[in-house]
Design a protein around this ligand. Structure first.
Ligand SMILES: Cc1ncc(COP(=O)(O)O)c(C=O)c1O
Length: 379
């Protein structure tokens, strides 16, 4: 049997980034629409809180494995205020980004070989983490005209399952599930003994109705969230989970052994990030402007089959009319226009060649320039 790492495939997006950076060092002008990183820096209040802690000479030792009481309390308050959902701080686990949350959640909840459903297209780390843990990712094909989201009928066809990952807003499509749809999936999961894992890292970045937490309909769900996206603190490596009571002990033990604790300075900063709403909502307003602009101009560049980008900062395009190999298409687009995007194979091993993803969180003027270049290119 090979090493577990052999089950993990690299992100193609990182290859695109390398190619884009290479072009840049060769003196070409490159517009980056390949990586999902929020632009414009972290919330100033978070930075100020971190700076003050350093200034005070705080020791910054380990924290408890589940995080500081202050941050866990603050996250619990966030659920009351944002969603009207009561969760006690004892159910909150602070993690090193949501990436660690998935690892801890899957390890805590599932036995060896468990079958975990993941939507295709979807964020590739789900299936890579699942496979690396000796669990079995079960890809479930979703459809353009169902917003690339899962339905109970699709789930019936994927049985048997032990677990299921949902994401709303999702990466790479930006599409969302309504509260009713999440409740239907929660009911289906409860009826089939399937543990629901809800990726809520793009909550806060929505362009119509606000996102609904799975906790509203499923107290047994593992909810994973992060300071990386709405809070724009990717490199601070801090996130959180809401863990059902039967799993919190396991998550605590695993965290103690795998990481000890999330970065202390980042936990201090994260508390303050919650109070920088105006700064963060201005970012969302910028994403909304860019999204509007691209949804209007991409069809003029021939990208006329776009998933409804309800939230997050992605536009997922069906390019089946333009190419039968989106990787080659993305390479040519980078070469001929300097616009870097991600081909769909990262997100959907089966049908990815038909799709590509535009990540639109970068500076507004760069996104505008990308749209103009693509329109001129396809003319
Ligand atoms: C859907 C989704 N979930 C989770 C993550 C992981 O983010 P982090 O570990 O920084 O919280 C990402 C990052 O791109 C993502 O797109």
């Amino acid at each position: 049997m090979g090493a577990r790492a052999d089950r993990v495939v690299p992100f193609y997006a990182m290859e695109v980034l390398k190619a884009a950076n290479r072009r840049q060092t060769e003196g070409h002008d490159v517009l980056h629409l390949e990586l999902g990183e929020p632009g414009g820096g972290p919330p100033p209040r978070a930075v100020a809180a971190a700076a003050a802690a350093l200034e005070r000479g705080e020791r910054l030792g380990y924290t408890e494995a589940l995080g500081t009481h202050a941050l866990r309390e603050r996250v619990a308050r966030h659920y009351r205020e944002t969603y009207g959902v009561a969760v006690g701080p004892e159910r909150i686990a602070v993690t090193t980004g949501s990436s660690a949350g998935f690892l801890l959640g899957f390890l805590a909840a599932f036995a060896d070989g468990a079958r975990i459903g993941v939507a295709e297209p979807g964020y590739p780390a789900y299936r890579n983490i699942i496979a690396s843990l000796g669990l079995t990712p079960v890809g479930i094909a979703t459809e353009f005209d169902r917003r690339f989201q899962l339905t109970p009928e699709m789930l019936d066809a994927a049985l048997p399952l032990d677990g299921l990952v949902i994401a709303s807003p999702a990466n790479p499509t930006g599409t969302m599930l309504s509260g009713g749809e999440i409740a239907a999936i929660a009911r289906w999961s409860a009826a089939h003994g399937v543990r629901l894992v809800s990726d809520e890292v793009y909550h806060g970045i929505t362009f119509g109705t606000p996102a609904v937490t799975a906790l509203a309909s499923s107290p047994q769900a593992i909810v994973v969230n992060s300071f990386s996206k709405y809070y724009a603190m990717t490199g601070w490596r801090v996130g959180w989970m809401v863990v059902p009571p039967d799993l919190i002990g396991a998550v605590d033990r695993l965290s103690q052994n795998l990481y000890i604790s999330a970065p202390t300075l980042s936990q201090i900063a994260a508390i303050a990030a919650f109070d920088d709403r105006a700064f963060l909502d201005a970012k969302v307003a910028r994403y909304a402007r860019t999204r509007g602009l691209l949804l209007e101009s991409l069809p003029r560049a021939g990208f006329d089959r776009l998933a409804p980008a309800d939230g997050a900062f992605y536009i997922f395009a069906d390019v089946g009319k333009l190419t039968d190999d989106s990787s080659a298409f993305c390479e040519r687009m980078l070469r001929e226009t300097g616009v870097a995007t991600t081909p769909g194979i990262d997100f959907d091993p089966n049908r990815g060649k038909r799709f590509l993803r535009f990540a639109i969180a970068g500076p507004g003027e760069q996104m505008l320039a990308a749209a103009e270049r693509l329109v001129a290119w396809r003319r």
